[in-house]
Design a protein around this ligand. Structure first.
Ligand SMILES: NC(=O)c1ccc[n+]([C@@H]2O[C@H](COP(=O)([O-])OP(=O)(O)OC[C@H]3O[C@@H](n4cnc5c(N)ncnc54)[C@H](O)[C@@H]3O)[C@@H](O)[C@H]2O)c1
Length: 317
């Protein structure tokens, strides 16, 4: 049995589905945080709720009561910790909420692991910890002491916080630095989902900056396979603290992403250029050699194939 925090979110719901397919019991925790619509999150977990192997706790990870409830279950092997306040721009508006969920919430997970002696964890960190790193591709050995958003600061803090608990209490952890994940059920605040909706409704889309900013877009199935490999790695090894990039090693410029979406949706481009937003980085580009070596991670999905899968899902939903 594995605890998955953030089970009703984009990535969490896919991870839970994968675990259930592998016949693994799951306790999913999510407070259906209002960062985006509750009905989207309820829809994300609707398939999971049909499984007898899935237990849903609608609860806040920052609450001690939540973890007291989890302690009642036997045979828990570890925690895949995905719950967080995500999103760069909103973190500028309400940094305290990010510190609460991301740092205090993560502390509760670590306390639970320490107190129960369960000691196995996979954590979703973020490529945003690299800030405006000038060296590309981004490697786990690069210095990441210059975050440029409160969100990035919380994720970097989490890596330090988790290392401390690994050192003191022998908790085995893989921190995965995820690079812009996309695909069916993508968060509605993220560019691809917003763009597709607008293009389908014949509305203009806003391009921040001149379109030369680039992201290492990673398809959800590749991310989930990396998370599962990280889980197996942490489960089968002792004295583990690893930070590992999970990206696609193929940054794509914003203008290319937009052009590909117009091509797939067979619409005439209608793009308004606006300024870059504070906190946004210029490029993300993952060196994935560590993931390849330790996790046998090999992303399979091209941007175009992933976008087609997303558009097909979006049309049905
Ligand atoms: N999507 C990406 O591109 C991306 C990139 C880098 C890192 N990440 C990280 O991956 C994880 C999952 O991201 P996502 O895109 O699926 O986001 P998401 O917002 O869809 O999922 C996060 C889930 O956590 C839940 N949650 C938030 N606060 C909570 C709390 N206090 N208690 C319980 N549940 C709470 C939310 O309700 C939500 O369902 C996050 O930690 C995020 O920071 C995501």
């Amino acid at each position: 049995m594995i605890v998955v925090t953030g089970c009703a979110g984009f990535i969490g719901s896919h991870v839970c589905e994968c675990l259930l397919e592998l016949n693994i019991d799951v306790i999913g925790i999510d407070n259906l945080d209002p960062f985006y619509a509750e009905d989207i999150k309820r829809k994300n977990i609707s398939t999971l709720l049909k499984s007898k192997k899935f237990t849903f706790l609608e609860a806040n990870i920052t609450s001690t009561e939540t973890w007291n409830e989890v302690k009642k279950y036997n045979n828990i092997e570890g925690v895949i910790h995905l719950a967080a306040k995500a999103g760069v721009l909103p973190s500028l508006e309400n940094p305290a909420a990010y510190i609460d969920t991301n740092i205090v919430g993560t502390q509760k997970v670590l306390d639970f692991l320490k107190e129960t002696g369960i000691k196995k964890m996979v954590f979703a960190s973020s490529s945003s910890v690299y800030g405006n790193n000038v060296k590309i591709p981004f490697s786990e050995d690069d210095r990441v002491d210059n975050p440029i958003s409160p969100y990035a600061f919380t994720k970097k803090s989490n890596e330090l916080q988790i290392h401390t608990w690994h050192h003191l209490y022998k908790i085995d952890v893989v921190c995965l630095r995820l690079f812009t994940v996309f695909g069916p059920r993508q968060r509605p605040d993220l560019a691809i989902r917003k763009f597709v909706q607008k293009i389908e409704n014949d509305q203009a889309i806003e391009m921040y900056g001149d379109g030369s900013s680039a992201r290492d877009y990673t398809f959800i199935h590749d991310t989930v396979s990396g998370i599962m490999s990280a889980w197996n790695y942490v489960k089968n090894n002792e004295n583990v603290y690893e930070i590992i990039n999970l990206g696609n090693k193929n940054p794509v410029q914003l203008k290319e992403l937009i052009a590909t979406l117009y091509e797939i949706l067979e619409k005439t481009p209608n793009v308004i250029q606006t300024t870059m937003k504070p906190g946004d980085v210029n490029i993300t580009f993952a060196d994935i050699s560590k993931a390849q070596k330790l996790l046998n991670y090999n992303p399979q999905t091209s941007l175009k194939d992933g976008l087609i899968a997303f558009v097909n899902w979006s049309k049905k939903n």
